[in-house]
Write a protein that binds this ligand. Structure first.
Ligand code: 4AD
Ligand code: MG
Length: 440
């Protein structure tokens, strides 16, 4: 264990999460003052260290007058190192409290802007760098971390190799209307919208791959589902057909939910998530075509011509009809990206699959089969008026050992929003980038 910080003698440095292993012992905890209550003779210090929150109890007659006065003077979020005895206490939140015997103030915090009272969302977003310290944000970030880890574990376990894609690219993947441009020496670069095209090259090199990283969309829409910078995990596999990716997406999402239920129970409780809704997320997921989805939207009273893409409202209607994610396949070719494989039986639709999360959350996964025929891909690039030179390398993949292949992308923030049961995607990423927000 680490040595002490600026005090005589050694003592075990413990985390609040792991304090239970030291019941009855003296430990040191390094953290911050979360909140404080005092009666005349006792200070109750709520201490957080990033792993949890514990109540420290300092009794006037058990410490020096100087120490008691020092604690009295502490402000919210002051950084402190405390020592004390770990005591089991059934009434305490984590099951333990700390009988404080020593306290050192590392920095006495200035008046902290985020107080236990209610604050407006814009104020909180302006203070995101501090807001991340609150209990609810801790719960969300821990779920996010678990979601990412579970996804990687499942894919690693199935022999997918992580091969990451570049962020700076010469061309569009998901249409030219949401591209962020940036000067790049003598030319122009675009921030990546998806690692998919590079993933396809990696799949032809390694068979089964995935990439994971930030992706960017200059989304002009101000909705609860859209960020301009979001993280996407994208598996891609040679010789996979539509059924294979639908099955993989289903396995991945079911596994992620299972892992969060298993390892992040406390966090879901903090978020007041109705876990029965998550427990219902069992395979197999229902599977419908775009045609059936349109019929369902119309039956629910909405006007929707065949051929339109689903908007947020239609997705909400659809995804409220199921108690688990629903796979929607065979969208109109005209509304989808240039690389999507048309159905050979019915070329006006593509062999794609979106997964819509239940409870109105909507799309979390998009993917499907890619065009593997050179001539057809050349034709689609021309029809979409894409600059052919920038795609020559991508066309090479169809010249040298082309095979049918498929993949998908799953949005981390949308998945976490749904699993945590949140209203808006903005709380699921440490520093959200929105149409009107680049600070902090
Ligand atoms: O459906 P999308 O646009 O698909 C692709 O980018 C494919 N190239 C992926 C692939 O096949 N490898 O995006 C995939 C997912 C969406 O289902 C959604 O979860 C998320 O990325 N996403 C967003 N999340 C937050 N904010 C946005 N603006 C998003 N746009 C897409
Ligand atoms: Mg999509």
């Amino acid at each position: 264990m680490d040595g002490p910080v600026g005090r005589e003698g050694t003592v075990t440095v413990a985390t609040i999460e792991g304090v239970g292993a030291h019941a009855g012992e003296q430990v040191e905890i390094r953290g911050w003052l979360y909140n404080k209550r005092s009666s005349g003779s006792i200070h109750f210090l709520l201490i957080r260290d990033g792993t949890g929150v514990i109540q420290g109890v300092m009794v006037k007659k058990e410490v020096t007058p100087e120490l008691f006065a020092l604690a009295d003077d502490l402000t919210q979020e002051s950084s402190i190192v405390v020592r004390g005895t770990v005591r089991a206490d059934a009434r305490a939140p984590g099951g333990y409290e700390l009988g404080i015997t020593d306290l050192r103030v590392v920095q006495r915090a200035a008046p902290y802007p985020i107080t236990p009272k209610e604050h407006g969302i814009e104020f909180l977003l302006d203070h995101r760098h501090l807001w991340l310290r609150s209990r609810r944000q801790h719960a969300i970030m821990r779920v996010r971390s678990e979601v990412i880890r579970a996804m990687c574990d499942l894919l690693d376990g199935r022999g997918f190799l992580r091969v990451d894609a570049p962020m700076l690219t010469p061309s569009a993947c998901e249409g030219t209307t949401t591209l962020f441009k940036t000067p790049y020496f003598e030319t122009t670069a675009y921030l990546t919208q998806s690692g998919q095209l590079y993933n396809e090259a990696a799949a032809m090199a390694f068979g089964k791959v995935y990439c994971f990283g930030p992706t960017f969309r200059a989304e002009k829409s101000k909705t609860r589902r859209h960020l301009t910078e979001f993280w996407m995990l994208e598996p891609e596999a040679a010789y996979f057909a539509l059924d294979d990716v639908v099955a993989l997406a289903e396995d991945l999402v079911a596994y992620v939910v299972e892992r969060v239920l298993e390892r992040r129970k406390e966090e879901l409780k903090t978020l007041e998530r109705d876990v029965t809704r998550l427990e219902a997320v069992q395979k197999p997921f229902p599977r419908i075509t775009y045609d059936e989805a349109v019929a369902r939207v119309r039956a629910a009273g909405a006007q929707m011509p065949w051929g339109d893409d689903f908007g947020g409202d239609e997705e909400t209607v659809l995804s409220k009809q199921f108690d688990r994610p629903v796979a929607v396949t065979h969208y109109p070719t005209a509304v989808k990206a240039f690389y999507m494989q048309p159905d050979p039986q019915r070329p006006e639709v593509v062999l794609n699959c979106d997964l819509l999360a239940p409870e109105g959350y909507g799309e979390i996964v998009g993917g499907g089969e890619r065009i593997h025929d050179l001539a057809l891909l050349e034709q689609r690039i021309a029809e979409h008026s894409l600059p052919r030179e920038a795609y020559e390398w991508y066309l090479d993949l169809r010249r040298y050992g082309s095979v049918p292949h498929s993949g998908f992308g799953i949005g981390i923030e949308r998945t976490v929003t749904w699993i945590c049961g949140l209203e808006h995607v903005r709380e699921t990423i440490p520093f959200p980038r929105l149409i009107n927000r680049l600070y902090p």
